[in-house]
Design a binder for this molecule. Sequence first.
Ligand SMILES: Cc1cc2nc3c(=O)[nH]c(=O)nc-3n(C[C@H](O)[C@H](O)[C@H](O)COP(=O)(O)OP(=O)(O)OC[C@H]3O[C@@H](n4cnc5c(N)ncnc54)[C@H](O)[C@@H]3O)c2cc1C
Length: 597
Amino acid sequence: MTTLSKSIQGGEFLIRETEAQDVFIPEQFTEEQKMMAQACQDFIDTEITPNIEEIDSMKNPDLVPSIFKKAGELGLLGISVPEEYGGMGMSFNTSMLIADIIGAAGSFSTTYGAHTGIGTLPILYYGTEDQKQKYLPKLATGEWAACYCLTEPDAGSDANSGKTKATLTEDGKHYLINGQKMWISNAGFADLFIVFAKIEDDKNLTAFIVEKSFGGITMNEEEKKMGIKGSSTRQVFFNDCKVPIENMLSDRQNGFKIAVNILNIGRVKLGAGVLGGVRTVTSMAVKYSTERKQFGSSINSFGAVKRMLAEMAIRSYVSESLCYRAGQDIEDRMDALAAEGMPDAEAKLKALEQFAIEAAIAKVHGSEVLDFVVDQGVQVYGGMGYSSDAPMERAYRDARIARIYEGTNEINRMLMVGMLLKRAMKGEINLFEPAMAVSNELTSVPSFETIDTSELFAAEKEVLKKLKKVFLMVGGKAAMALQDRIEDEQEIMMNLADVMIEIYAAESAILRTEKLVGIQGEEACKNQIAISQVYLSEAVDKINGAAKEAIGSFTKGDEQKVMLMGLKRYTKMDPIDTKSLRRQIADYMIEAGKYPF
Ligand SMILES: Cc1cc2nc3c(=O)[nH]c(=O)nc-3n(C[C@H](O)[C@H](O)[C@H](O)COP(=O)(O)OP(=O)(O)OC[C@H]3O[C@@H](n4cnc5c(N)ncnc54)[C@H](O)[C@@H]3O)c2cc1C
């Protein structure tokens, strides 16, 4: 097991080199994990796919609850719940894998994620022993469905500003909850509500476990949504809902912390939760592009279509790579903290907090790749992509929510940079010295030492090292120039976030491929090598654009000139033949008839 001192810390990828052998790659899942994934896939094939139209029509209110119960019978709802509470007690990365597979289940993936993630985990991580024993077995088996009531009409991104009140009754035995929640997934059939409310004039929220049977809960009709139409989403009203005091979750005013930490988990899981959809849509596009003939040939004989197919696969592979890398790093950290004597739930939360940056990256990258992939999917389908009779139209609508919930992508971008700066201020990550070194390098004579690029990825790793310098240069200067005001300069924060995301993404793909080459050999991995190279060249351009924008926003004169020269130096990459590499990737996909990685 990785020890605390050896394991990488959240955000450290920006200043530390990672060896390929130290990252987890999805090709390494064990037989047991693969069996669980297969059971999940079978569940989708038998329960979801044949019923997808009916699920989305919402005409039969019993359908989703009955499918949900079947998921419970198969153990799919208790993956993260320890066996002593009726679950499967599986590892963190296994729960990521199941979220990934369920991602292909359309609106049911939201039903699943809301129940197993934000609905169940607050009790698992913050509940007392009595609360865990009372509720977790019901949730892990699907006897009860859970939902999570944080958002209010006037409190969305600013979640801590909610107005829902919890008032202690005169006999001191209950809280009366009054207020209105909005956009609550699973509300229509939930038996248990995790509710966030304020007591008296508290600054922070307090969380409560509320059973539907407590009474005083009413709701509006189902929301009419753009997509995930089969997922229940309602406004929920609490009118003197009487909650026993022992149902407070954790301490008074600890609710906002619970909400933030649970969303950390939700984010990285959502990063995984888009992957099943991404692969399915890519496979559908490959298949359609072979069947559809124009100008006497399959449309995938045309370079423009090959480019679309290849890009879908490239971004999907990269998102997979970073997601499972982050998942395993979180799991290793959880184990290392527990081995040092930290109680289990605390170790899990601490590890997740330490990797909040990577969790936010996984969410943003995954949701944007999903959007890209469904958009290209519609394009490959042409007119049929726009038809409700073909599957792309639904995929396109369903995908859009992922950039909004679990914190919008703007909030997540700001969060990842803010978190990094906070960790640097606290001395948890040493950004200062490397940033100073880059700053000194800017005004020194560049070294012209030649690098041996004969080894696989030697040249790409040099490029990555320099991209990290871009972040340190721009981030370091921005932090110095703007100080506390940096949080108000959101455009610059977003630029920095984009640089971080692309570094983590490109590096994760290269490390995954390098490790895979070590197992399967270079010839067998030539398409993964192509993917990693093309993505890196795209990342260099994106990083260049984002960094240039940031530099233009807060520097002037000579300082700006020096930084732009530095940027040029640090984003230098010899051109590669992306056209041929993308064609090679697309041909491999067409031959396989699906997303083949
Ligand atoms: C289908 C669906 C299911 C959902 N399920 C749940 C659920 O189960 N439980 C639950 O509690 N909530 C749920 N939500 C709510 C969801 O988490 C919120 O919609 C989301 O957090 C955004 O809040 P908002 O809609 O109020 O948007 P707003 O906060 O009003 O944001 C609107 C825009 O302003 C931007 N913005 C807001 N604040 C800032 C800022 N400080 N800086 C920069 N930009 C900012 C946002 O990025 C966004 O672009 C769900 C929402 C939907 C649509």
